[in-house]
Write a protein that binds this ligand. Structure first.
Ligand code: FNR
Length: 195
């Protein structure tokens, strides 16, 4: 069986290290996993309960993200760290995802893994802590270990934003394999892709 995982970077930046890490993880995934990097975060509007009333099914960008997650067996989130927390764009998307919808509450009982890369020496420790807290609140099944905190990210990428640090690449592959085991353990039945 092939498990399908949606990968979300909490950054809109074109050369985002976090998105690059997810792309690299997708490129090196084992044959038993399909990793898709979801790239529509810029189309997710600011959450507003009035907007929710006007558009009960949600704005198009939100519907697209919800559908991708609902159809997947798991979700990997790579978060940057902004001022010792997750970036607002990511929190905003999670607030949308936390709501009841035609697809249900899509984070509820969804296996989720969290990693992150940042410029500073702590490698998104605080951003990941805040992200885990929000995911727990949404009822997600967050993989406890291994953790992956990629510090001093600038030094691990070349001028084309390609990862050049081998140790980080290996840690990333181990992390993905651990998440495959986590999904098999906490959600043995495979998700049914939506039509
Ligand atoms: C940052 N950055 C940052 N880095 C860090 O290690 N700890 C922090 O608290 C912050 N705070 C912060 C705030 C704001 C507003 C910005 C714009 C940046 C630097 C951050 O790690 C860097 O911009 C990364 O490149 C962001 O990740 P992506 O976009 O490359 O995925």
């Amino acid at each position: 069986p092939v498990r399908h995982v949606v990968c979300l970077a909490g950054s809109l930046r074109r050369d985002s290290w976090n998105r690059r890490l997810l792309r690299m993880a997708a490129a090196h995934a084992p044959a038993t996993l399909r990793l898709d990097v979801w790239d529509g975060l810029d189309a997710v509007p600011m959450f507003d309960e009035d907007l929710e009333l006007r558009e009960p099914d949600g704005p198009a960008g939100v519907r697209s993200l919800r559908a991708a997650i609902a159809a997947a067996d798991g979700l990997i989130i790579a978060t940057p760290e902004y001022n010792h927390a997750m970036p607002g764009v990511l929190k905003n998307a999670l607030d949308w995802l936390s709501r009841e919808s035609p697809e249900g509450e899509v984070l509820l009982e969804k296996p989720v893994a969290v990693l992150g890369a940042s410029a500073g020496p702590w490698g998104t420790r605080l951003a990941q802590a805040s992200l885990r807290q929000v995911l727990h609140t949404c009822g997600a099944l967050v993989m406890p270990t291994p953790t992956l905190f990629i510090a001093n990210a600038a030094g691990r990428f070349d001028e084309n934003a390609a990862l050049v640090d081998q140790a980080t690449g290996l840690s990333l592959q181990r992390f993905v394999l651990a998440f495959e085991q986590w999904m098999a353990r906490v959600a043995p039945a495979l998700a049914r892709p939506q039509a």
